[in-house]
Design a binder for this molecule. Sequence first.
Ligand code: SIN
Length: 314
Amino acid sequence: MVKTSFKIGNVEFKNRVFVASGTFGYGDEISELLDIKKLGGIFTKSLTLKPRKGNPPPRIVETASGLINSIGLANIGVEKFVSEKLPLLKQLNAVIIANIAGGTIEEYCRVLEKLESANGITAYEINISCPNVKEGGLNFGTDLKATAEITKMVRRLTSKPIILKLTPNVTRVSEFAKAAESEGADAVSLINTLVGMAVNVKTRKPKISTVTGGLSGPAIKPVALAKVYEVVNAVKIPVFGIGGIANTEDALEFLIVGANAIQVGTANFINPNISVSIAEGIEKFCLDNGIADVGMIVGSLDTSGNESVLKSWL
Ligand code: SIN
């Protein structure tokens, strides 16, 4: 038996592999597609106070080893989520981490309050890193004061774990992780997408309606690993590694670098069961290598003989 569980704040999660926000809807369709008991949990699509239609199409385009999206936080709104989705999720005993977005700090707080009073949510991921909206999103995620303020405000409203989802579209992501940590965040997750663009050379039009969007998928994995490496060397709170994880080896790279857990995103669109395969693959890796606890892999990067340029400016 390999120990796969780990703790964030006061909550123990069964596994270190999770499904990333926006790649599995609200989690209610998952029972047909994968065995949720084998995962740590499901991060929901971002929830806002009111329903949102999102951005006009085209809002997804495939690129080399990646995907650019500009969904614009389309969602059914927190009230409908609570009345229509949450009851089923409770029946399924699904571990749900609600991803929260908003145009103002007040909106984040109100969404969290509604979820808190509904029961059934295990933790909250605060999305301050969506690159596809004019209000909120990167305005918060690229502003240290706003990151600290939003963390402080949501922290007051719950004793459940608060996870700040960070953007890589800043110079020093570790500063943002520190700001979240100092105001009581239990964990951070990174990276959200990198601002990206694609152009149709025949029409000379952008391939995404909003001109730019967020790049995800294998193309961003090396950037994500470096950002996670930066953050784990700067904060003490747990870190969720996200970015282009498509197989067991990718996930192990993040754990070795120091991520306490990982989220699988874009790869779900190719194989909805991939996160379970990754969770099983990590367990097999441990068995094959005589490792009793997946946690023993976390931060096991061997840099002896290497000089980290990145660490020198932390
Ligand atoms: C979107 O809805 O546009 C993507 C969400 C995100 O990047 O956080």
